[in-house]
Every structure is written in structure tokens, then in C-alpha cells.
Design a protein around this ligand. Sequence first.
Ligand code: NAI
Ligand code: MG
Length: 365
Amino acid sequence: TNTTTYNIASIPGDGIGVDVTEAAEAVLNKLAETVGTFKFNFTTFDWSSKKYLERGWYMPEDGMQQLSKYDAIYFGAVGSPDVPDHISLWGLILPIRKYNNQYVNVRPTRVLPGTVAPLAQCQKRPQDIDWMIIRENSEGEYAGQGGTTHENSPDTIATEVAIFTRVGIERIMRFAFETAKSRPRKKLTMVTKSNAQRHGMVLWDKVFHEVAKEYEGVVEWDKMLVDAMTVRMVNKPESVDTIVATNLHADILSDLAAALAGSIGIAPSANLDPTRKYPSMFEPIHGSAPDIAGQGIANPVGAFWSAAEMVRWVGQGKLDKVADDFMQAIENVTSNPKTRTKDMGGSANTKETTEAVIKQIDVVF
Ligand code: NAI
Ligand code: MG
């Protein structure tokens, strides 16, 4: 039989990023071995804050060319108490997203078995939280335009310019409608702040309505202002399915989503180039967690869920069932207090949870 090899660039980064990436690779190798039709070939890139402090750079000059040879990028986390966060973010993860045309950031949210949702109404009906947040990932408020004049003086001026392009808006709207269409409820909520921000956000609204015409009768949609959206996600979670929002708004809403679902340690994310010209990148949404780094207790579930989304993506439709079954194995592990980590009220450490998932892969497949 033919075996497909997927070449993966692995960037563990800092802190618990290193622990969860190691765990994800072990689980992916087990999955490939068990299914037998594909395998992963990981190449590790030692690009981290520790190395930055030693040598003054996060990525070498030809770093992007190196990454371009891979089918996908698996990323742990970047960030260290010894490096200002805007340096580490702009040194590694933001340039990778931008250069590789990863203009969509997909963030699924569900309450996995074993998670305790913090709010009573979310606890009562955990199935009410089943969301797919589509974040614009290449422009908007994180376009990186702006500057500082008269630095370190009482007259300092700083600008942070949000950029919205018709092309950028149209492609994210189309991706969001397609995502909504592929889900059982076929519902899309478009989030904006076009009452107060009257240029970029108004263009966002306008292009949304244009694209919406193509999905008439197929996808049901509505519109929300971002502040009201936070209230709706808390009070009426069942009324939400797919969400599309700008870079900043979706960044905030997806952290709220992760918190409502019970743990930042389980939330996944996919940075996609839908054109497939450049490699897409998969990463848990949590950071490097310096407060628990080096203790071996990080929850690897967000890393595993991200890995499942990577399997789905590289499989191009052929591995959807494998990804779903892999999620089932993960959920079997979170259901059991003995095999889930402390942040989920369990007693396992990273290694024990990882071994439990490896065992469950044998059970499920
Ligand atoms: P964080 O996500 O690293 O940690 C927030 C809290 O959640 C901490 O108490 C941490 O222990 C806990 N936590 C996070 N992931 C966990 C896991 N898998 N298992 C158990 N507990 C977990 O966010 P924080 O503290 O704001 O940032 C720490 C560093 O990470 C900063 O340097 C920040 O810039 C960076 N960061 C990097 C991201 C990335 O690489 N994409 C994303 C978010 C933050
Ligand atoms: Mg964030």
C-alpha cells in the first residue's frame, strides 16, 4: 500500500510550548502508525526566546524559505519573562502568519467532557457552546502600521493604524460563509464596531452584505457589535454558531470563548492559507505559561486538538474521519479524572495524559 508522508516543520518555542509540542508529535506518530496510510516527518526548528537572548534573532534570514518546503507548521508557544512580548511576537509568530499568507485563523470552541465551564448556564447545557470563530489574521488592527515620534519625552506621539482592504475583507467573509455552510446549523454572526469606527468597519459591513447575497437561503446570518457580542456569548451561547470578526475583535472573543468553555489549556487554533500556496500553521491558543513551565504539568489537549486540525488540513478531505476519531480518543481521556490534567480538575501530568491518548488511539481505531 502507498504511504503518504507529511513533512512538518515543528517550532516548539518557549516554556510549555516545548512540552506540548513533544507530546503532540508523539501522539501524531502513534496515530500515523495505527492508521498506516500516512506518516509524519518532523523537523524541529530551535527558534525561541532562549536562543534570541543568546544570538539576537528568532529566525534566520532565510527562515521563511526554510519553512516553505513543509506541508504544515506545528507551533508550540513563544514568550519569555526576559523578552518584551512585542519583540517575541513580532520576532516569530506574527511574521510567520503574515509571510505565509495565513489570512484565516480558525478557532473551534466546544466544552470537552471533563471541563468545568465557569458559568452556570454553560454548565447546565455544555452542548450550547459549539462555536467556530473565524478571525481575520493578516490585516486590521494588527497590520503593524504606525510609529512613535518624540520617544521618551512628554510629547511622545504613537499611532497604531488599522488597515482594512476590500480584498482582505472579501476573502475572510467568503471563508466564513463556506465554514458556516459546512456546519449543521449553517449560521453566521458577523461582528463589527461600525457605529464608532466609521471607515474601516463600515467597509467591513459593506463587503459582508455583498458576499451574503451569494449565500441567500443557504446560510442564515446576523450582525452584532463586538461589545454586545460578549454579552450574547455569555447569556445566549446556544444562539451562536460560526462567528467572523476582525483580527483584534476575534482575538478577544476567542479568549472569552476559551474561558467560557472551561480551560485555556484545551483550545486549538489553525492559521490557514486557503490557497495552499504557503504552509498553514497549527498551534494551541495558550502561551508559554512561565508560571508552570518546566514542571511537566501542562495540559497537552489544546496541542492535540490543534494536531487533529492539522491532520484534517493536510488530508484535504481524505483524513476527516481520522481527525474525528482522533478527537474521540482525546475526549475519552478528558472524560476520566485520572487521565486529565490539574487545570481540568484531574490528577495526571503531561506525560500521563499523553500516554493515555496513545492508549485510546488503540481503543478507538
Ligand atoms: P498563557 O496562556 O501562557 O497562560 C495563562 C494562564 O493559563 C497561566 O496561569 C497558565 O499557567 C495557564 N495555562 C496556559 N496554558 C496552559 C496549559 N496548557 N495547561 C495548564 N495551564 C495552562 O498566557 P500569558 O500568561 O498571558 O502569557 C505568557 C507568555 O506567553 C507571554 O510571553 C505571552 O506573550 C505569550 N503568549 C504567546 C502566545 C503564542 O505563542 N501564540 C499566545 C499567548 C501568550
Ligand atoms: Mg490571544
